[in-house]
Write a protein that binds this ligand. Structure first.
Ligand code: HEC
Ligand code: HEC
Length: 368
């Protein structure tokens, strides 16, 4: 039997690169080491670019690749499924109605995964276009949504692959191979192929316009000043001098107002030291700490370090221990560290209170 060209080269390249990138993104997700996050993000952006491309090609590609060909009304999808169950009905050379619905479900789910990923990244990690304006709590919620959608995508992929295998068996044709070489058996009784030719020039122009628009929106969003950090924050010199004598002058966002109040009221019995200050300095330092305590910030340590209400030292809270569980005892006693309380030894942005992942640098000789 003769074969006909169904899947054009751009659609096939799209299909297989998407499959590889989604697999990679799934493997580089949450449970892998922290530095994989960078790769996961690149995979996410690449998937987004592919989706944009597919969106454009769905309007300007050749017939079988167009949404106009494979997005069918629900009635036709049901009829098709019934006919398939009864093992009758004509074969489709392009996507059958159920397969087309699956493509739409996959594309929408992937798009939502990218969007929820960008919101998570901005809210929780202070990176990307959503860094400045998505609150920490929203980032946390978006992460739940992101993970739920990934589970859903898994089910859809199983359905998609299952459908392809079923069709291959029903019509005795290897459909996985036809997504590689692009051709299918020209069954005479099949539904005719959508005849529209590709319009590559229109596609490239539409793509350029879309990418340009997205770039513009992205840069406008990136330029928004961060709402997580009080706009006019500056380290008070009196506080720095008085409380930076024996250790790093802690960032005020690392303890709550009541935590600082308690600490300032007990300076003469301060972790085995007498850290009492002259009253004027104590007043200035105390006021600075109250004004800029955790409650005034929306950063990860301000939100998490202090919210367990245990009244423990901040370096002994469950959150601190969990985040640093990969460091061994020797790391804390390294010559450049000395104590877990020496945050800036490893966190380059400790003075800003952000404690972003991408600003962690371990002194030479420490492994994590
Ligand atoms: C005379 C030395 C000294 C001075 C001055 C001092 N501290 Fe301390 N501070 C210590 C020691 C010692 C510890 C225990 C550190 C450790 O075990 O690594 C400590 C611990 C802390 C901790 C707990 C850190 C943790 O591990 O959770 C905080 C918070 C703190 N100091 C804040 C302050 C503030 C605020 C001031 C100024 C009002 C101040 N300190 C002044 C000696 C001092
Ligand atoms: C010896 C180096 C070192 C010191 C000192 C240190 N940290 Fe860390 N911290 C790390 C490393 C490494 C990680 C990342 C661990 C991971 O996620 O796998 C981390 C992670 C964190 C995170 C989570 C960041 C995120 O986005 O997930 C916070 C918050 C944090 N540290 C706060 C602190 C504070 C506050 C101090 C001081 C009281 C401190 N750290 C002292 C090495 C250090």
């Amino acid at each position: 039997m003769d074969s006909v060209k169904v899947w054009d080269l751009p659609t096939r390249i799209f299909h297989w690169s998407l499959a590889v990138l989604v697999l990679f993104a799934a493997l580089s997700g949450d449970d892998s080491p922290e530095w994989w996050l960078g790769l996961h993000i690149i995979a996410g952006y690449a998937i987004f670019a592919l989706l944009i491309w597919r969106l454009v090609w769905g309007f300007f590609g050749p017939g079988p690749s167009r949404f106009g060909d494979f997005v069918r009304p629900p009635r036709e999808i049901v009829d098709h499924l019934k006919a398939t169950l009864a093992r009758r009905g004509k074969p489709w050379l392009g996507h059958n109605p159920a397969g087309g619905a699956m493509i739409v479900a996959l594309l929408i789910t992937l798009l939502l995964i990218v969007v929820s990923g960008v919101i998570t990244l901005g809210g929780e990690e202070n990176q990307g276009v959503a860094a400045a304006w998505v609150p920490f709590a929203v980032g946390k919620a978006a992460k739940e949504v992101h993970e739920f959608l990934v589970g859903l995508l898994g089910l859809l992929v199983v359905g998609h692959v299952g459908g392809v295998i079923l069709e291959s068996l029903l019509h005795r044709e290897n459909l996985i191979r036809s997504m590689i070489h692009g051709r299918r058996l020209a069954v005479p009784e099949a539904h005719p192929l959508h005849p529209a030719p590709a319009r590559p020039l229109s596609a490239v122009l539409a793509l350029a316009a879309l990418l340009g628009g997205l770039w513009w929106v992205g840069s406008a969003l990136s330029a928004v000043p961060s709402a997580k950090i009080p706009a006019h924050y500056a380290l008070d010199p009196v506080y720095r001098e008085a409380c930076g004598e024996c250790h790093w002058a802690f960032h005020p966002s690392l303890l709550s107002r009541s935590g600082w109040e308690h600490l300032m009221a007990n300076l003469s019995d301060h972790y085995g030291e007498n850290a009492a200050l002259p009253p004027d300095k104590a007043a200035v330092a105390g006021a600075f700490l109250q004004a800029h305590a955790a409650e005034a910030w929306d950063t990860e340590p301000a939100r998490k370090l202090n919210r367990d209400g245990s009244g423990l030292r901040l370096t002994q809270t469950p959150y601190f221990r969990k985040k640093h569980r990969e460091l061994n005892e020797a790391a804390w006693h390294h010559a450049e560290v000395g104590s877990p309380a020496n945050c800036p030894a490893c966190h380059l942005d400790a003075e800003s209170g952000r404690f972003d992942d991408q600003a962690i640098r371990l002194p030479k000789g420490i492994q994590s």
